[in-house]
Design a protein. Structure first.
Length: 119
């Protein structure tokens, strides 16, 4: 079993920055792909960024490329999402997710953290 706890959300003005963190517990962390998803009101949950277990490969949604950076510290069992140049359309609940490398779909989810960007 893996437990994920997000932190770092809040209210920020457009153009500002926030750094989300996700602390994971469970022995599979070091071999798990990690990701950040978000869900805005009235919209479906979408993948924002993901990172492989080694940190060697990352993926970003087109809407956040060049503004967001995903990283991980396996020694601290933590994954981060640095969000710069925030826009009002980035307002959403952000969820951390994890899965074993051998599984296609994300299996474990955090409770979510609210990010609100005021224009």
């Amino acid at each position: 079993q893996v437990q994920l706890v997000e932190a770092g959300g809040g209210l920020v003005q457009a153009g500002g920055s926030l750094r989300l963190s996700c602390a994971a517990s469970g022995r599979i962390f070091n071999i798990a792909d990690m990701a950040w998803f978000r869900q805005a009101p009235g919209k479906e949950r979408e993948l924002v960024a993901q990172i492989t277990w080694s940190g060697g490969r990352t993926y970003y949604a087109d809407s956040v490329k060049g503004r967001f950076t995903i990283s991980r510290d396996n020694g601290e069992n933590t994954v981060y999402l640095q969000m710069n140049s925030l826009k009002s359309e980035d307002t959403a609940i952000y969820y951390c997710a994890s899965k074993p490398v051998t599984i296609m779909n994300y299996t474990y989810w955090g409770q979510g953290t609210q990010v609100t960007v005021s224009s």
